[in-house]
Each structure stands twice: as structure tokens, then as C-alpha cells.
Design a protein around this ligand. Structure first.
Ligand code: GLV
Ligand code: MN
Ligand code: MN
Length: 412
């Protein structure tokens, strides 16, 4: 019997329904930001399901939640899967959660098929992939992989001044589990399932995206400093209006990033103006840049010039530009990509090879060992939006591919 034969579409769908209650929003999405009470509730629920199956559940020092199904050789490097349970502030029900639940469904399918694997198989719910509350995102996987410093990340504060270390401690009290003091970075292979978050699979009527890599990404914080002044009395010529300068800087950046081929992705997703009073000339603006491209050379050329472009456009104000994320493009291991494609072909599912436009925890895992991803379609490619939707059968199809891949890898 194949593991995929025991993937249970109804059970997998119901688990999404149950998780969507935690941080559920009126328009159908979720707000389950990292280390919030809602995130803790999701961890508790996953932990309960795992304990009911007799799987080991533990947290590592940055709060990644690990569920581990034993192998016959428990000292062998595990095969890992997973994704994230945190969401955007107005996120969908599937972004991240699907990869965790598909992984969990695969473990249950292995059980239900009576399969004992040589290697342990683990599902990881990576802490803070979205980076909405604590920056930068994909933090749990980056610390686990040794790319970001643990102590520096524990000291990061959210906008309310709450330290990540304190939010993590609170989360672990609310969702208790065994905590291990060290990162175990050994793994035989890693495969992450995710909704595509773009329109290509649906447009091409494919059920499975065999993911070949992830485009590179950079993030910046920009602070513009002007001078607060009275809106009724201060002549325009003597103002240092931080908002005017920020608008000019963003316009200049839009021109700098203009790409007739529409491959460059440039987004200003957060913009804060202080003090935010109608009759005070703004003294300070903070905004963020999220910028992505599949090629390192283009990322370097456009990214390295951001500071110059901003400085040249802020007039009487001053600007501080800081690059806070710089992740190189990821090329997934050819053997894992082939394995995903083979499992898909064996299941007779329509598929296509494709790169990922979105970032995923797999990008931090991939430099350490063989990694890859499986995409399933989402309706009209909509994601980072409460309207995000996916069909039960597509979700189950991706879980079938995942289960067969994990099974094969865990016996190799
Ligand atoms: C992940 O959420 C991303 O921003 O790519
Ligand atoms: Mn995601
Ligand atoms: Mn996301």
C-alpha cells in the first residue's frame, strides 16, 4: 500500500476548518500573527492531534514547533516537512497552514497504511514566517539554519515594544511542550507543501507545481527625518516636510525599479507618518521596501542603488536606509525536484515545473541539505488576502504527492 492511498481528504479539510477558527476574521480569513494568543492556540491544537497519534512534540530555542513520527532507526537523520502557522494580519486560511497540515496528514497516512519508515519523519511549524509582527520574516527557519543569530532575534521587539523572547516564553506557557536546548540541524531531505499564491497553476489547469526554486528577496526600512512645524503658520519654503520627501523618494524608487518585462517585484507595504496630526507638518516617516527578482545580479544592481536613489530625492530632509533582509535566489536540489515530479506522475496528476515568486521557509533550509517544494493551486492566485481559497481535492492531491515523497525518502 502507498502512503498516498491513506490521505484522507475530509480529515485534511476539517483540520483546515478547525485551524481557521483560531484567529478567524469576519471576512473568512485569519489574523494569527507569530507568538500571539491565536498562534499559541494553533500550537496547542496541533500538539493535541500529535499526542493523540503518539508523535513526539517539542520546541527548539527559537520556538519552531516540531512533530516527529519515529522511525525504525531513530538515530538516522530525519526527513522533514512543514511550513508555518502564523499569518498576515488579514491573511488566508491556507498560506503556511496547508504545509503544516499536509505534513501532518502525511504522517497519519503513513500510520494508517501501516508503514514503518527507517528514518523518523518530522513536521515543523516554523516560527514567524510572515514577519508581520516581528521582523524579519522566515525567522524561525533562518535561526534554525544558522543564518540569523538567535540572541539578536530574541531581542527583536514588535510595534508595541514586546520583546520576542517574552512573547515566546508566554506562548510556551500557553502551549506547553518539551523544549530542547539545542538546534538539531541534521536532516536527510526537506519538502514543503504550500499553496501557489499566484495564478499560474489555475490558468494552466495543473494540480501540482513542481517547484524548482525561489526568487531572491531583499527588504529595507527607510526613515525620513524632517521637522515638525505649525501647518497654519510655517511657509512652505522653510518646511522640512518628511511626508513630501517620502512621497518623492517612493516615486524615484518606482522609476528606478521600473521593469517593462514585469519581473521585478517592488512593494512599499508599510508607511507610517508621524506625528499624524492634521495640523502639524510631518516630522518623520517610516516605510518598508520588499523587493524581489530571480537573478542575483539584478538584485545586487537595483538593491545596491536604493540608498543613493532615496538620498537624492529627499530635499531638505535626511534619510536612513537599512537593508534588513537579503536572501539569495534558491535553486532546489535536482534529486528532490525529480522525486516530486516522479511521485506526481505516478499519481497521474497534471503538473508543471515552476519557480516560486513568494518566499518560504524552504529557502533557509535549502542551503543546508536537499530541499524542495510542492505547490497546489489557489483560486485566482489570491493570497495575503482573506479571500484566499483552495479546493479540498487539490489540497489532498498535494498531500498525496508529499506523503509518497516522504515515504520514499525516509526509507532511503
Ligand atoms: C511570504 O509570505 C512572502 O512574503 O513571500
Ligand atoms: Mn507562506
Ligand atoms: Mn505569506
Amino acid at each position: 500500500m502507498r502512503a498516498s492511498d491513506k490521505i484522507n481528504e475530509t480529515r485534511l479539510w476539517q483540520r483546515h476548518v478547525d485551524m481557521a477558527q483560531l484567529g478567524g476574521l469576519p471576512k473568512g480569513g485569519v489574523n494569527r500573527q507569530a507568538l500571539s494568543a491565536e498562534d499559541a492556540a494553533a500550537r496547542r491544537l496541533l500538539g493535541q492531534w500529535a499526542q493523540a497519534r503518539g508523535y513526539d512534540v517539542f520546541s527548539d530555542p527559537i520556538g519552531n514547533l516540531h512533530v516527529r513520527r519515529a522511525g525504525t532507526e531513530n538515530d538516522a537523520a530525519p526527513v522533514l516537512t512543514g511550513s508555518h502557522m502564523d499569518s498576515q494580519p488579514t491573511g488566508g486560511k491556507y498560506d503556511g497552514m496547508y504545509g503544516v497540515l499536509a505534513g501532518f496528514e502525511a504522517l497519519e497516512a503513513l500510520d494508517d497504511a501501516g508503514i514503518r519508515t527507517k528514518r523518523p519523519v518530522g513536521v515543523v511549524a516554523w516560527m514567524n514566517e510572515e514577519g508581520s509582527r516581528f521582523q524579519p520574516g522566515a525567522m524561525g527557519s533562518a535561526v534554525w539554519a544558522g543564518h540569523y543569530d538567535l540572541e539578536r532575534m530574541l531581542a527583536v521587539e514588535d510595534r508595541a515594544g514586546v520583546k520576542l523572547a517574552d512573547a515566546l516564553a508566554q506562548t510556551l506557557v500557553a502551549a506547553p511542550c518539551r523544549t530542547v536546548g539545542e538546534f538539531d540541524r541534521r536532516f536527510h531531505a526537506y519538502i514543503e507543501a504550500h499553496i501557489e499564491q499566484g495564478p499560474r497553476l489555475e490558468a494552466e489547469a495543473k494540480t501540482i507545481g513542481v517547484v524548482t526554486g525561489i526568487q531572491g528577496s531583499q527588504r529595507y526600512t527607510i526613515d525620513i527625518f524632517g521637522e515638525e512645524a505649525h501647518a497654519g503658520t510655517t511657509p512652505l519654503r522653510s518646511r522640512k516636510d518628511a511626508l513630501k520627501s517620502a512621497v518623492a523618494a517612493i516615486e524615484a524608487l518606482e522609476r528606478h525599479m521600473h521593469d517593462p518585462a514585469d519581473i521585478v517585484r517592488f512593494t512599499v507595504g508599510r508607511f507610517e507618518c508621524r506625528p499624524g496630526s492634521p495640523n502639524t507638518v510631518p516630522g518623520q516617516v517610516h516605510f518598508t521596501i520588499d523587493f524581489r527578482h530571480p537573478e542575483s545580479a539584478v538584485l545586487a544592481r537595483l538593491g545596491d542603488a536604493i540608498d543613493k536613489v532615496v538620498q537624492a530625492s529627499v530635499g531638505p530632509c535626511t534619510a536612513k536606509v537599512e537593508r534588513v533582509v537579503n536572501v539569495a535566489p534558491t535553486v532546489f536540489d535536482a534529486k528532490i525536484v525529480d522525486r516530486v515530479r516522479e511521485a506526481t506522475v505516478e499519481l497521474g496528476l497534471p503538473h508543471m515545473d515552476m519557480p516560486s515568486g513568494a518566499g518560504h521557509d524552504a529557502m533557509h533550509v535549502a542551503p543546508l541539505g536537499p530541499a524542495g517544494m510542492i505547490f497546489v493551486p489557489c483560486v485566482r492566485g489570491i493570497s495575503h488576502n482573506e479571500a484566499e481559497a483552495a479546493s479540498p481535492s487539490d489540497l489532498a492531491a498535494g498531500a498525496r504527492v508529499l506523503a509518497d515523497c516522504l515515504h520514499a525518502l525516509a526509507d532511503s
